[in-house]
Design a protein. Structure first.
Lengths: 261, 344
């Protein structure tokens, strides 16, 4: 593609527009609050608690996705079976369902007259208005992102590597631990980051299941509704900053390991 | 000894049918066949990597039909090497040791023998991405052989290599086979490779074994049109037979023996036919024809000579073509020994 061709300039101008579209609101938002506002927000226990709750519940959702999702992602990457398409479509469902609907669906399934609700009560699990409820909702919305990334990661590994490992004496489980997992772990980590990022950003589903305790996105919304834009901005800046630092650190970690390998 | 009896394997789109093979210990056996014939499927079934529908596989007196891959003593080396990318060369080679009870001294001795024989002792700390194709294949061989498997399966081990490496690895395979008690089973679609490496071979087509025997037997006495074509018997003609004679399209060919009943074809390898401008004196099986075409294969050329309605293909060097002054459209004489005429 030469610089002389008009097509080149079409691609460049579209790219610039998209960059501006993403960056301008971010820059305005982050530069709007004064330093003293930011410091005040950082000292506000309610803000700190909500950001910690967001990170903690999103992290828990990522860990649950990792434990339950990894075997399924591996199965989908390695085996063809009847109904595989259906399973894949079901996995994609949480992405396409409107967020408040997710919250309502989870409350419906765990309501008073359902067997799942009875089981939760027997186990002492309360969904409505609890951290457990938030984690369940975030797992629901984040899981598909982890599953997709993990499946692609497993698919990119030649089955021949596993076959050779087995012929050399390793069991299926040993092969997974020694060969498949160490090669795929970077994809799994990317999946976890995506899953956690999706979970931190969730608002609609969380607000239905648990307005309190407040996660950061709910707190930002509440301050915006009650006190206006100016009052919600510092919290938003801190949430974005914490997320960026976390994800940057994880990315750097994966990048460094890649160079070592 | 490997004994495969009535083996049936079902894959998604393919089926291995009624495979029967006996391969003695320490043999270098080659499975030949065109792409998609089922060679790799048979290898993977032997290694326990595919589910077997019917039949039995016995290795060294032990029925392993239902044994998992790790319990068979069968190593496998793939065309694309399948080295573990996150492990160094040494870690790759030593990978299998931890799963077998081999004492430290013995393991060390095996490792240094393999590093030495395969000339890879200087590569130990490297990762597979930094190796050439030949080096990768040598590491893959060392990794498979260090645990002393009873059988080593080689899935087209030379196909992905440059010609120089191909000869080198071929030579190494021969040497490794000679210095061990391991049975080698190699898959290839290249008959020349089979001839230079193996003692016995099986030709597989469409999921079935078409012919099994010594490599020279298959080379000289193909039992079917498919095998004859596959091994490069380019002159295949339908014929009627008399006592030590074959009759085809007005030609009478002298044979080295009387063919058995039911045979209906003669086959002559293109490199076993001589071509002259003049009729050779007192020669049996000598026929005059017209040169109808010539295909250039680099060092060799395939000259086509029309005799009556038949077209014979003759493989000769370019030098001979020039020295004899053979040209398309000109007359020429073919001749071949009675022993060069194979019947099937």
């Amino acid at each position: 593609m030469s610089r002389r061709e008009p097509f080149f300039w079409v691609t460049v101008s579209c790219s610039l527009m998209i960059m501006a579209f993403i960056l301008i609101p971010m820059i305005y938002m982050t530069t709007a609050p004064s330093l003293s506002d930011l410091l005040a927000a950082a000292r506000d226990p309610e803000v700190l608690r909500s950001i910690w709750l967001s990170l903690y519940t999103a992290g828990a959702a990522a860990v649950i996705s990792f434990i339950l999702g990894t075997p399924l992602a591996y199965l989908l990457a390695r085996r063809n079976f009847q109904g595989k398409r259906l399973v894949e479509s079901i996995i994609d469902l949480p992405i396409v369902i409107p967020h408040p609907v997710v919250g309502i669906a989870i409350l419906s399934a765990t309501g008073r007259d359902t067997w799942l609700g009875d089981a939760c009560r027997t186990l002492g699990l309360q969904i409505m208005g609890t951290v457990t409820g938030i984690i369940i909702v975030l797992t629901f919305v984040g899981l598909p992102f982890y599953l997709k990334a993990a499946k692609e990661g497993f698919e990119s590994i030649s089955p021949k590597l596993e076959k050779v490992s087995r012929s050399l004496g390793a069991s299926m489980f040993g092969t997974f631990l020694r060969i498949t997992f160490p090669i795929a772990w970077r994809s799994l980590l990317v999946g976890l980051i995506l899953c956690m990022a999706r979970a931190i950003s969730e608002f609609g589903a969380v607000v239905v299941v648990a307005y309190h305790p407040m996660v950061a996105s709910v707190l930002i919304y509440e301050r915006f509704e009650a006190f206006g834009l100016k009052y919600s901005q510092p919290v938003a800046v801190w949430l974005v900053a914490v997320c960026l630092i976390l994800f940057l650190a994880l990315r750097l970690l994966t990048l460094r390991r890649k160079i070592e390998a | 000894m490997i004994k495969i009896s009535n083996l049936w394997v079902d894959c998604d789109t393919f089926q291995l049918q009624d495979i029967n093979l006996d391969i003695p210990q320490n043999e270098f056996f080659v499975l030949m066949g065109p792409t998609g014939a089922g060679k790799t499927v048979l290898l993977e079934a032997l290694a326990g990597l595919l589910r077997i529908k019917r039949g039995k596989i016995v290795i060294d007196g032990r029925d392993v039909t239902k044994a998992p891959p790790e319990g068979r003593g069968v190593g496998i080396v793939y065309q694309d090497f399948a080295l573990f990318p996150h492990l160094t060369v040494l870690e790759n080679i030593r990978y299998g040791l931890r799963f077998h009870q081999i004492d430290h001294k013995e393991a060390g001795a095996r490792l240094s023998f393999l590093l030495d024989t395969l000339r890879i002792d200087h590569l130990g700390a490297r990762f597979p991405t930094h190796l050439s194709g030949g080096e990768k294949q040598r590491v893959a061989l060392a990794r498979a052989l260090i645990i002393k498997p009873m059988v080593l399966l080689l899935d087209e081990p030379l196909s992905a290599l440059d010609p120089g490496f191909r000869e080198e690895i071929g030579g190494l395979l021969k040497a490794l086979h000679a210095s061990s008690e391991v049975t080698f089973i190699m898959v290839t679609h290249n008959f020349a490779e089979a001839l230079s490496l193996a003692s016995r071979a099986g030709v597989i087509n469409n999921g079935r074994i078409e012919q099994e025997g010594t490599v020279t037997d298959i080379f000289q006495k193909p039992c079917s049109l498919f095998v004859a074509n596959f091994i490069g018997m380019k002159n295949l003609f339908p014929a009627k037979f008399g006592s030590e004679k074959a009759y085809l399209d007005g030609l009478e060919l002298k044979l080295a023996g009387t063919p058995i009943n039911g045979q209906s074809y003669v086959a002559i390898r293109p490199e076993e036919i001589f071509l002259n401008r003049e009729a050779p004196p007192n020669k049996v099986n000598s026929f005059g024809g017209i040169v109808s075409g010539c295909i250039d294969y680099g060092f060799f050329s395939e000259v086509q000579v029309a005799v009556n309605q038949l077209t014979f293909k003759v493989l000769i060097t370019k030098r001979t073509i020039e020295a004899q002054g053979i040209q398309t459209g000109q007359p020429a004489f073919l001749s071949f020994e009675p022993t060069a005429v194979h019947t099937l």
